[in-house]
Design a protein around this ligand. Structure first.
Ligand SMILES: Cc1cc2nc3c(=O)[nH]c(=O)nc-3n(C[C@H](O)[C@H](O)[C@H](O)COP(=O)(O)OP(=O)(O)OC[C@H]3O[C@@H](n4cnc5c(N)ncnc54)[C@H](O)[C@@H]3O)c2cc1C
Length: 238
């Protein structure tokens, strides 16, 4: 049976973790309560690949679309509780009444980890906020439970959160039943042309397929248009 991953949080960390686990073939669900903090940004100018910056809402929307294309399922709800069932799997409950089972949970839900109260985790209090301690590969002290992004005490920057989400996703893949090497797309013959087996996780594509993918990616970039304005901090007066 395909193993399942529950990612809590649909900001840069959670979405990136989900892209990696889904691309590796794990059944992945992102639970998101909405209003990622990045949506408050006025103009995002430090994410690689966008020389003049990018609208943060556009960046998030496109990352979510990328996760969707990778096969990620979305549950737009707040996770209220996670615990283990008698078989040792995680059970994820939301405020919308949805309940799901998972073999792995990635907590990427800055600033909320209250739904993990059932677990003995090393917690770090920072003023009114609580962060979770992880090892260098985003594992917490609880087997099968990972933390990513700002919640895992990473720098408060979008690309750092996304990168740490990728680390968490790849560690889940590494700990799962999936045979993992690298998530790479290589030109036709890169491995097989020198008598090597195609490593697990790698893909070789022919030139016509490469051009088709490039055409699609360029048209997706051209289709970008102005997106929403920032969400203001809730305590700022109108
Ligand atoms: C005003 C402002 C401007 C910024 N500008 C920049 C900038 O220019 N450049 C830059 O690099 N960074 C910027 N940042 C910082 C950046 O937004 C964060 O570092 C980054 O978003 C952290 O990513 P994350 O995925 O860890 O958390 P978040 O983006 O906060 O995502 C967490 C997600 O988890 C969800 N969630 C929380 N609890 C639950 C729950 N119980 N169940 C389900 N979902 C839950 C939230 O709804 C949210 O969608 C800015 C931040 C702010 C506030």
């Amino acid at each position: 049976m395909t193993q399942r991953v529950a990612v809590v949080g649909g900001g840069p960390a959670g979405l990136t973790a989900a892209i990696y686990t889904a691309r590796a073939g794990l059944q992945t669900t992102v639970y998101d309560a909405g209003e990622p903090i990045l949506a408050r940004n006025a103009h995002l100018e430090n994410v690689p690949g966008f020389p003049a910056g990018v609208n943060a809402r556009t960046f998030l929307e496109n990352t979510r679309e990328q996760a969707d294309r990778a096969g990620v399922e979305f549950v737009d709800a707040r996770v209220e509780h996670v615990e283990r069932d008698n078989d040792g799997r995680f059970v994820v409950d939301t405020d919308a009444g949805a309940s799901g089972a998972a073999d792995f949970v990635v907590a990427a839900s800055w600033p909320d980890s209250s739904y993990l109260e059932a677990f003995e985790l090393e917690r770090i209090d920072r003023g009114s906020k609580t962060m979770l301690s992880t090892d260098e590969f985003a594992r917490t002290d609880v087997e099968g439970l990972y933390a990513a992004g700002r919640l895992a005490r990473q720098y408060h920057q979008a690309v750092v959160a996304a990168g740490h989400g990728a680390t968490a996703g790849l560690t889940v893949v590494d700990d799962s039943d999936v045979a993992y090497y690298h998530d790479w797309v290589a030109p036709d013959g890169y491995f097989t042309g020198r008598g090597r087996e195609l490593p697990p996780g790698c893909e070789e594509i022919e030139e016509t397929e490469r051009r088709e993918r490039e055409r699609e990616s360029l048209s997706a970039l051209r289709a970008l248009s102005p997106a929403d304005s920032p969400t203001q901090h809730p305590s700022v007066d109108d």
